[in-house]
Design a protein around this ligand. Structure first.
Ligand SMILES: C[S@@+](CC[C@H](N)C(=O)[O-])C[C@H]1O[C@@H](n2cnc3c(N)ncnc32)[C@H](O)[C@@H]1O
Length: 254
């Protein structure tokens, strides 16, 4: 693996134990709403198969499960063992809680009750061509330098007409809110993140990576150029997050 990928993997391994807490705290709980909106917007059909790339602690995969129950087969993949281990625990806990309830009601546990986790790199997905109806990636694409390479992998594994849904932190447009937000984002957030995660570089890297991320319009153009049609981007919470949705075209237009 390259030095850059090793750096990102080690960083997420190190902050994994505090990742969920800091997400909720630093976004004031908005991250739950953003992921919920992402899954709703993807409009996943019944009996489909979906992939959560850079799944981390599996919040997107679990949100798909919450919305769709056992009608959808869900896979999650990430290269950080620390994040995946926490995700696995969350899934096991959810299944246990649910199965306890089902036992009381004298039902059986559905065989599709789990989320399948696979360790791996987004740039070389461990899945066959054209098997997913939807591919999700939340707060992951910003950390991947070769974004086009990753989007081409999403394209490869999606069925024609399948949905790509990308959620990412973006810079709000010029104006008063941006000035206030940047003050919080560049000064307060790294300080709070450093205290709780005990990793100061990770929460300094966060604002730097967001400020280096292309504008939503530019990134939407990259998605289109990678073989997706009907690409839409929707800013949320004053543009601090953007949701990108696209459909796989039959032909790669490059
Ligand atoms: C900010 S977290 C997002 C986790 C989760 N998707 C969420 O919504 O909270 C970014 C995740 O991307 C993973 N990641 C970054 N680059 C990756 C790559 N090239 N391949 C696989 N996973 C990657 C990290 O390990 C980390 O778990």
């Amino acid at each position: 693996m390259s030095v850059e990928l090793d750096f990102i993997k080690d960083m997420f391994d190190s902050i994994a134990p505090k990742y969920d807490f800091l997400n909720r705290f630093l976004s004031a709980g908005q991250d739950i709403i953003w992921r919920r909106e992402m899954v709703v917007s993807a409009d996943i059909p019944q009996d489909s198969r979906v992939l959560d790339v850079a799944c981390g602690t599996c919040d997107v995969a679990l949100e798909v499960k919450r919305q769709k129950g056992n009608t959808v087969t869900i896979f999650g993949t990430d290269f950080s063992p620390g994040m995946l281990a926490l995700g696995k625990n969350k899934i096991m806990k959810k299944i246990k809680d649910k199965s306890n309830g089902l036992k009381a009601d004298n039902h059986s546990i559905h065989k599709n009750n789990t989320i399948h986790l696979v360790a791996g790199n987004a740039l070389a997905l461990a899945f066959r061509d054209e098997i997913f109806d939807a591919v999700f990636i939340a707060f992951g694409i910003r950390n991947i330098m070769d974004r086009e390479g990753a989007i081409l992998e999403f394209h490869r594994t999606l069925k024609t007409g399948g949905t790509l849904a990308i959620l990412e932190l973006t810079s709000p447009p010029e104006g008063f809110f941006r000035d206030i937000y940047l003050l919080y984002f560049k000064r307060l957030l790294p300080a709070i993140g450093a205290i709780f995660s005990k990793n100061s570089s990770a929460y300094s890297y966060l604002p730097a990576s967001v400020l280096n991320f292309p504008t939503p319009e530019h990134f939407a153009a990259t998605i289109r150029e990678s073989g997706f049609k009907s690409v839409k981007c929707k800013g949320m919470t004053f543009g601090i997050v953007t949701l990108f949705i696209g459909k796989k075209s039959s032909l790669l237009q490059k």
